[in-house]
Design a protein around this ligand. Structure first.
Ligand code: AHR
Length: 322
């Protein structure tokens, strides 16, 4: 039987309306499938980020395949390969470290699966390997921390001895937050980083490394710069156990501005937290839909963020979403 164009259009419209009446059937519109390879669950920030992605996927009607890499690159690569094998529509991930992704990203490209980077970026010369990178400007976060400290210590005569708790070795936030902070403090030789070590973005490691710093440097330490709130909170415990007063004997600066940091600020134990928003879920789902609809999206989407000193913690706390 030969059907004319008009009959074909009528049939297509009928099928579409039937599909909307019968969700869950083969006639219903196929859901977009997103494979997300998360870093892990190392911090309060990461928990909020995971929650944001899961709830945004649900609200957007996107089917989410989620994996927790437990802070290991090989686990994330394995997850990405399995998403490629399952032929998902889009792959998104937050790379635990910056380097070593080219091979798997080429595999995704060969399979024609678009990739979105969220939160952390990769170190590659070939930026055709991903569609967009959405997340914070970590260098700027380091600068904000540095500027706050320079202003606070402007009248202090003599050396300002700083200890630094770095994030995961090789990760974008650890590299960039160090870079931004150092860029600011190098203008004045009185600022000296006397110890710098990784605390892997966790409370337990933050405490452990701070204990070692205190053992080695004791009362010489004027400032602690922690690359995230969790490590700062762990370090606060170590400082108290050493008989010192956090935020008084040692000025404490950290990054993320999670609720735990606000609680520490309200208790007078943390001086300031630079904001790094984990609420990337809604933005990610919009990007996924736009990519599937063939729209062009910006190569870089930067999150807007502030800085919260302890003086504003009480007023800001009720407004915090994470
Ligand atoms: O990549 C963002 C960083 O990762 C957050 O600052 C830290 O808390 C997390 O673990």
């Amino acid at each position: 039987m030969k059907l004319n164009r008009r009959t074909l259009t009528t049939l297509a419209l009928a099928a579409a309306s039937l599909a909307s009446l019968l969700p869950g059937t083969a006639l219903a519109q196929k859901k977009i499938v997103l494979g997300f390879a998360q870093v892990g669950a190392e911090s309060e920030w990461r928990t909020a980020n995971t929650e944001s992605i899961k709830s945004a996927a649900k609200e957007s009607g996107i089917e989410l395949k989620f994996s927790d890499g437990q802070q290991k690159q090989e686990n994330q690569i394995k997850a990405i390969r399995s998403y490629i094998a399952q032929k998902v529509d889009v792959i998104a991930f937050s790379p635990v470290v910056e380097s070593g992704w080219e091979t798997v990203l080429r595999e995704a490209k060969a399979a024609k699966i678009p990739v979105v980077l969220t939160d952390r970026s990769v170190n590659t010369k070939d930026d055709s390997l991903y569609v967009t990178f959405m997340g914070s400007d970590f260098v700027e976060e380091g600068r904000k921390a540095g500027r706050w400290m320079v202003e606070k210590m402007k009248d202090q005569k003599g050396e300002v001895n700083i200890v630094e708790l770095q994030g995961t070795v090789g990760s974008a936030p650890a590299i960039d937050r160090k870079k931004g902070f150092e860029e600011i403090i190098k203008a004045d030789p009185k600022f000296k980083i006397i110890r710098s070590q990784t605390g892997d973005f966790t409370r337990a490691k933050g405490k452990e490394v701070m204990e070692a710093f205190l053992k080695a440097e004791g009362k010489k330490i004027n400032v602690l710069y922690a690359h995230n709130d969790d490590m700062a909170i762990g370090a606060i415990q170590a400082i108290e156990e050493a008989g010192l007063k956090p935020a008084k004997d040692i000025t404490i600066i950290s990054i993320d501005a999670v609720k735990g940091a606000f609680e520490a600020m309200m208790a007078g134990k943390l001086n300031v937290s630079v904001e790094c928003s984990p609420l990337l879920g809604p933005q990610l789902m919009t990007a996924v839909k736009d990519i599937k609809a063939g729209k062009t999206i910006p190569k870089r989407i930067v999150t807007e963020e502030g800085i919260f000193p302890m003086e504003v913690a009480k007023t800001e706390f009720p407004k915090r979403k994470y």
